[in-house]
Design a protein around this ligand. Structure first.
Ligand SMILES: *Cc1c(COP(=O)(O)O)cnc(C)c1O
Length: 428
């Protein structure tokens, strides 16, 4: 799926290349099914002996083109779109794990992913060990068990903004013969391409910067094609015959496409979490401007972070672009062009002042979202985390004064002016 164009060009024109007289814009194929002249031909599709469309739960031309574009942006061999980021996280692990298996996961992950792993997937019999994203090589190696099948982490974690040492996590995963799966939602392939640092599988919640306009929930799984599933006997699900497809072996039949083919042919067939083609069309509109938007999000966030750091009513600022940030060195290595538009900071005066700050904002909106083009804020202590006590809030790193700010692509001076007046009002 590689070509010689640069990432900005592939955002705009990747994957869909219309022929003479065809629509200039990628069409929405709003059809559940596809017509064939012979039953024999359709039978071959069902047996995976021929490739082609027969039912949209397994494949749809619009969904496939958008998946191909994202694979191209990440530098992978193939991708599959899912109905949400949650579905992408689930399938990325469940594709190679079953009851009795174990996964090593960074503890600094999205709350929804943590619940998925720690509660729901445990009920399926898959065990997880959570490690600090700051673990040393020794600490990481100690987390593996004989039944470990994968390592999972986020490039830039939501909401804590830790930066992953991708090379270290990949090294430890590979030393134990398992792949590293990285959720690359916040940086997007514009700011980081985890495959270049040794990650094997990448996932995204496309709901965030990729869609970019807060219109469609979605996800994607991308395969680098680099992991050798035949190097040990851990991945019989990919190397051994699949009885539900007349005994084909994914690695023998599909080579580098084994993981992603199984994900579609088995998991999508059985669990069916595909996106609507209409949503994929909207996602593609977002992808067309992704490079431009991410650049502006980061430029604005740099300015806003510098403003916050110098504001007397702000007690602390966490943004990997700041020299004062604990993750600055890792950010320089893995995110040299910027991290994302997301910043967290503390308002002087704790919960009460944070509440006044939120209520005084005029441009920035209070929403349960991050990473769309409009500047928005969330005060976890009174919203997403409001059931927790002060002690529990501190334990999960979400203080009562913490504001999560997602800097949009409006004019930076307007964003800063709004924050400045709201910070003044917070102290009144
Ligand atoms: C939002 C998010 C998810 C979950 O995605 P949905 O599209 O909301 O299901 C997973 N990982 C990260 C890093 C996220 O920010």
């Amino acid at each position: 799926m590689s070509n010689s164009y640069k990432i900005e060009t592939n955002c705009v024109q990747g994957a869909y290349r219309p022929k003479n007289g065809e629509p200039r814009v990628m069409p929405i194929v709003q059809s559940t099914t596809y017509k064939y002249d012979s039953g024999e031909e359709m039978g071959q599709l069902f047996d995976l002996k021929k490739s082609g469309y027969f039912y949209t739960r397994l494949a749809n031309p619009t969904n496939d083109l958008v998946a191909e574009k994202i694979a191209m942006l990440e530098g992978g061999v193939g991708a599959v779109l899912t109905s949400s980021g949650q579905a992408a996280s689930f399938f990325s692990v469940f594709n190679i794990c079953q009851a009795g298996d174990h996964v090593v996961s960074s503890a600094a992950i999205y709350g929804g992913t943590f619940n998925l792993f720690n509660v729901t997937m445990r009920k399926l019999g898959i065990d997880f060990t959570f490690v600090s994203p700051d673990s040393t090589e020794e600490e990481l190696n100690a987390a593996f068990k004989p039944n470990t099948k994968a390592v999972f982490a986020e490039t830039l974690s939501n909401p804590s903004l830790t930066v992953l040492d991708i090379e270290l996590f990949a090294k430890c995963a590979h030393a134990h013969g398992v792949p590293l799966i990285v959720d690359n939602t916040f940086p997007t392939p514009i700011n980081c391409r985890p495959f270049e640092f040794g990650a094997d599988i990448v996932t995204h919640s496309t709901t965030k910067y990729m869609d970019g306009h807060a219109t469609s929930v979605g996800g994607v799984i991308v395969d680098s094609g680099n992991f050798d599933w035949t190097q040990n006997d851990k991945f019989a699900c990919l190397t051994e015959p699949d009885e539900s497809y007349h005994g084909i072996s994914y690695t023998e039949t599909f080579g580098k496409m084994a993981y992603i083919t199984k994900c579609v042919a088995q998991l999508m067939r059985d669990l069916g979490s595909i996106p609507a083609p209409q949503n994929s069309f909207l996602l593609n509109l977002g992808l067309e401007t992704l490079a431009l938007r991410v650049e502006r999000h980061c430029a604005n966030a740099e300015k806003v972070a510098a403003f916050l750091e110098n504001n007397p009513n702000v007690t602390w600022v966490n943004y990997p672009g700041l020299k004062s940030c604990k993750y600055h060195a890792l950010a320089e290595k893995y995110l040299p062009h910027g991290s994302s538009g997301v910043i967290s900071f503390g308002v002087k005066g704790g919960k009460l002042a944070a509440g006044k700050f939120m209520d005084s904002l005029r441009l920035a909106a209070i929403v349960t979202h991050v990473a769309d083009c409009r500047t928005c804020v969330l005060h976890p202590a009174t919203t997403t985390h409001r059931q927790l006590t002060t002690e529990q809030l501190d334990a999960c790193g979400v203080g009562e004064d913490l504001i999560r700010l997602s800097v949009g692509i409006e004019n930076a001076e307007d964003i800063i002016a709004d924050l400045a007046q709201a910070l003044r009002a917070s102290q009144a």
